[in-house]
Write a protein that binds this ligand. Structure first.
Ligand code: HEC
Length: 150
């Protein structure tokens, strides 16, 4: 009986290890922009959870505040990246479009961070500022052909 469990534990452990290696291997192939976007997505998910309703927000205020700051940093970090420019749909000047969309992303993230980092942040104001950020994600993904299934 004991031996059976050992074998079971060992084989599942092995599977987890293989899966882990597989994932980290895929990460290495990601472009720098993709890596930043993965972080953007993580911060975004935390904020989204935190502003779900006023009761959640009361508990997660700090998390929302910190992740909003992080979002500003990541937005600024992604602006100079050029790898997506070739993917623009119907754009005469992809670089200009990219800059405009990135500036909107940076500006809305800064507004969100301002709202969320106030001493007594207002739920409605933070939630509204977050919706404005979400819109900038979709606006850019539409032009640069990113599927929105996250
Ligand atoms: C100005 C453009 C722009 C903005 C703004 C933007 N993204 Fe992206 N995002 C991209 C591009 C381009 C890619 C595709 C990167 C690639 O495949 O190389 C991408 C990819 C992604 C991915 C997929 C990453 C992967 O592993 O392939 C996620 C998730 C994502 N973005 C989330 C977000 C979220 C959430 C926001 C807003 C909070 C956001 N993005 C704002 C341009 C943008």
């Amino acid at each position: 009986m004991v031996r059976k469990w050992m074998v079971f534990a060992l084989s599942t452990g092995l599977l987890v290890t293989i899966a882990g290696v597989g994932f980290s291997g895929a990460d290495d192939d990601d472009s720098p922009l993709e890596k930043v976007m993965e972080k953007v997505n993580k911060a975004n998910a935390k904020i989204k959870q935190g502003v779900r309703n006023p009761a959640t927000y009361r508990k997660k205020q700090k998390e929302v505040a910190d992740n909003s700051k992080e979002m500003v940093k990541l937005a600024k970090q992604s602006k100079p990246m050029k790898e997506a420019l070739g993917k623009a749909k119907n754009e005469a000047n992809p670089q200009e479009k990219w800059n405009t969309l990135m500036d909107a992303f940076i500006e809305k993230s800064e507004k969100l961070s301002e709202a969320a980092n106030k001493e007594a942040p207002d739920y409605d104001a933070t939630k509204k500022a977050f919706s404005a950020v979400s819109k900038t994600c979709a606006d850019c993904h539409n032009v640069f052909r990113v599927e929105e299934n996250f």
